[in-house]
Design a protein around this ligand. Structure first.
Ligand SMILES: C[S@@+](CC[C@H](N)C(=O)[O-])C[C@H]1O[C@@H](n2cnc3c(N)ncnc32)[C@H](O)[C@@H]1O
Length: 318
């Protein structure tokens, strides 16, 4: 991994900050991440965002005995940042629902097309990507800054392995900026406060919630969370959202969900249908073609008809 054992560099030389240690899944090395104070206009910023308790600034805690969704997803995408428990859960899911491998790739391709569309065709220059995932090809800042290098991107995730990869998410073009916040999606106040150190909320922002809302159960009010985030954005902002579909290949998806939930520790996935997922866009204006399967959302070339058990869409705030 680039940068292991070295210090991250800002535009003015070595960045100052605290080191965080984390045991990496691929090879058992200790990685020192440098905590860099978030600063507007900066080249890099990363923050472990769990409050003021200095104890929070110690080594990243990884519980490798239970599966974590970020690492299961990484395995499905062919990544290496996963442990035995993650691989076992992922394989059980594949056995119940082999289509999951096509689903995650289609979801990832939607992410790239949606971000490119927002940057290139809607002029969006600010992105708040919540539920970032372990870095892979076409991370949000790479796609956005390939269109407009001045794009500013704030990533948010609550998985410790994603935190260990924060540096890979912070390789901004010098004209733009990236930041990483270690926070739970339910903590919208903290996310918005911290994101405002990098993003200007008086100007349009694209909020991306891709393959994360199924990890927020109904009792935690996922629609309220989306509404709170969008209420904080300016007119002309966008919401890009994708969500596993409970009404496509329903038997296989339900069995996959049951198996994964049994292995995910405290996190539970909730499968939702088209109508439930479309309601996340209430109060916004959907961009054509609306809430569809990802392979049908503005494909670069005509897409195959193979079903993908995901619903996705992009909508604008008036
Ligand atoms: C399935 S991955 C999706 C990654 C990426 N958005 C994509 O679509 O390719 C879900 C991500 O959401 C993160 N996540 C799950 N629950 C979360 C929560 N409550 N707050 C913040 N992040 C969360 C997981 O750690 C994981 O990285």
């Amino acid at each position: 991994m680039p940068g292991v054992g070295s210090r991250a560099k800002g535009p003015d030389g070595p960045a100052r900050g605290r080191a965080i240690c984390a045991l990496l899944p691929n090879g058992g090395r200790w990685l020192h991440l440098v905590r860099i104070g978030a600063r507007k206009g900066g080249f890099l910023s990363a923050e472990r965002d769990r409050g003021a308790d200095p104890a929070d600034e110690g080594p990243v805690q990884l519980d490798t005995s239970v599966a974590h969704m970020a690492r299961v997803y990484d395995y499905w995408l062919g990544g290496k940042d996963n442990f035995a428990a993650d691989r076992a859960a992922a394989e059980q899911a594949i056995a119940a629902n082999p289509g999951i491998l096509r689903d995650v790739r289609a979801n990832r391709a939607f992410l790239a097309r949606a971000v490119r569309y927002l940057a290139a065709e809607r002029g969006i220059r600010q992105f708040l990507d919540i539920g970032t995932g372990i870095p892979t090809a076409n991370n949000t800042h790479e796609v956005a800054q390939s269109v407009a290098p001045e794009c500013r991107v704030v990533y948010v995730d609550n998985d410790p392995v994603v935190l260990t990869h924060a540096r890979a998410l912070l390789t901004s073009a010098p004209e733009g900026a990236t930041a990483y916040i270690d926070a739970d999606l339910r903590d919208t106040r903290r996310i918005l406060e911290r994101a405002a150190q990098t993003l200007d909320f008086s100007r349009p922002v694209a909020v991306t919630l891709l393959a994360i809302l199924h990890l927020i159960p109904d009792e935690d009010d996922p629609r309220g969370i989306v509404a709170t985030l969008m209420a904080a954005t300016a007119s002309g902002s966008y919401l890009a959202l994708s969500h596993p579909a409970g009404d496509i290949r329903p038997a296989a998806v339900a069995e996959m969900s049951r198996r994964i939930n049994a292995r995910l520790g405290s996190t539970r996935g909730t499968m939702r249908n088209h109508a439930q997922i479309a309601r996340f866009f209430d109060g916004l204006t959907l961009v054509e073609p609306g809430v569809v399967q990802p392979q049908w959302w503005r494909p670069a070339t005509p897409s195959s008809d193979a079903e993908v058990a995901v619903w996705c869409g992009v909508a604008r705030k008036a």
